[in-house]
Write a protein that binds this ligand. Structure first.
Ligand code: 3AM
Length: 180
């Protein structure tokens, strides 16, 4: 079954792991501490995710096909562990990532991207850097705090959309499927 997807102007689509509520709460609280000291724009707690495959704009007429294709994917569950904060100077993003990327998580992203290439929704697979964007527009992060490990087992993947809104990018999950 496919959901009817509303496509706001400028909407871009991506597949992701959405953070469980308690993991999102912990990371949002840590990020809130950094904003208090250093500024930046906090991502909403309910928008926190790990991008697995970025599609960009998808023509509205192909969204039903995209959901049908995704529903057929046989993808494996993967453990997720976020245990470090990092900062990218080039785009001023503070993120939560991992000291040692788990091979199962990398395999999940690689397989999903391969399937999307085969289905004609991606032109090529991109290197996967598992991270959760926590803060945008952070200019000077200062010394980053230690991140107590946040862990869970990812049991579903989602199709999500982001679009420009008055308050920066808005994010919404539009469909979800279980991992095996
Ligand atoms: O997981 P995050 O939020 O860091 O950076 C964008 C965001 O990643 C990424 O897709 C996620 C949902 O917007 N993204 C945006 N434009 C992109 C592009 N042209 C991109 N990833 C790859 N290529």
């Amino acid at each position: 079954m496919s959901t009817e997807i509303v496509v706001p102007p400028g909407a871009r689509f991506f597949f992701a792991l959405w953070l469980p509520v308690d993991a999102a709460k912990k990371l949002h609280t840590v990020a809130g501490g950094v904003v208090g000291r250093c500024g930046g724009r906090l991502m909403r707690e309910d928008a926190l995710h790990i991008t697995l495959a970025f599609l960009g704009e998808v023509p509205e007429r192909r969204l039903v096909e995209l959901q049908k294709v995704a529903a057929e994917f046989k993808l494996q569950k993967a453990p997720v562990r976020l245990d470090r904060l990092g900062f990218w100077n080039h785009n001023h993003i503070l993120w939560a990532g991992t000291k040692e990327p788990d091979p199962a998580l990398s395999a999940l992203a690689a397989e999903l991207q391969d399937l999307l290439v085969k289905a004609g929704f991606l032109t090529d697979a991109k290197p996967f850097l598992p991270h959760v964007t926590l803060l945008r527009k952070l200019l000077h992060p200062g010394a980053l705090p230690e991140l107590p490990a946040v862990e869970w087992s990812a049991a579903e993947f989602v199709l999500a959309k982001s679009w420009p809104s008055d308050r920066g990018s808005a994010y919404e999950t539009v469909a979800r499927w279980p991992l095996n």
